[in-house]
Design a protein around this ligand. Sequence first.
Ligand code: PMP
Ligand code: GLN
Length: 379
Amino acid sequence: LTSKLPSVGTTIFTRMSALAAEKGAINLSQGFPDFPPDARLLERASQAILTGNNQYSPMTGLPILREAIANLIARHYDRKVSALDEITVTSGASEAIFDAIAALVHHGDEVILFDPAYDLYEPAVTLAGGICKRVTLAAPEFRPDWQAFSELLTDKTRLVLINTPHNPTGTCWKAEDLESLWQAVASRDIYVLSDEVYEFIHFGESAVSIHKHSELSKRSLVVSSFGKSFHLTGWKVGYIVAPAALTAELRKVHQFVSFCTATPLQQALAEHLLALPEASAGLASFYQRKRDVLRDALANSRFQLLPCEGTYFQLLDYSQISDLDDVAFCEWLVDQAGVAAIPVSVFYQQAPDNQRIIRLCFAKEEGTLLDAAKRLSQL
Ligand code: PMP
Ligand code: GLN
């Protein structure tokens, strides 16, 4: 068998969560909440199943859910999008990203990513026959270098993949970054795939979004996830917003990858958004408190805390504690401290040699965060 993805193994999330379970460690590795979602949403999902919403939905998503999403985007971003031909509901943001790349990237096309990048982007590009080129984001600020970006553009560049708020670094782009991106791509035939799954989890001024950029939005696909916004990572319901011509291409793939997303879950989310249109409004302050609990509890440890402006991930520099590389350090940490974390080098094509940084997920009960911080502070 000749593998199509020879350098890909099992994801770090699967490996670290399994290790945490095996060793009974506190699991701050894979990003998911350890607290329940809103009980009303669970009740709506049960009712949706019991009242017969159990067959295929329309391929593009339930109309009432697409309407609710259009309303959310209008209210939050002041952008008008068509529920009919610009919004597609997908089985998580993952499916949306995969479909978009499969639909747009031709064999030999170049795709620009920022290094470090979420782990599913590059394999999706490789399977489509594309070639990834990466712009390095340097610790501790992880700011994009727009000169370096421009130098990577060629006639073969088809797509730029961006992600803000950013996993794994917890940094957020500024409005001028979108402007620089626009200036660099304006005269070229390039699309933008914007992964905005942490759109409601940002701790400064409001997060920048392609939805608010009138030019970029005309050639972009913007991805969201109800998993992040409603503490439901296991439901795998997301959506992707793009101009009609791009959406038509995306749907050609989506109809054969999944056809549609779990109908009762779509029904429950639609009813929830209709009943509570501001449901995601408090998410940033909810997570900011958790971030601060974790940061305060680690303030006197030997870890150095990197800035965290968004997402539910906090980066820690452990160079005062160990010389191990980050993968080895995370394995050591499970054994020595009983805490599971994610090594940040796995998100890089080319991780800096002496970088000693791990990622912790703070989408956890405060008690969990305090227990973990206590263990980490003893190192
Ligand atoms: N993009 C990023 C940056 C993510 O962190 C995640 C989830 N961890 C996804 C995409 C995938 O989201 P979903 O679970 O909705 O497929
Ligand atoms: N996105 C989550 C994270 O960054 C993990 C998702 C997954 O396990 N596939 O931790």
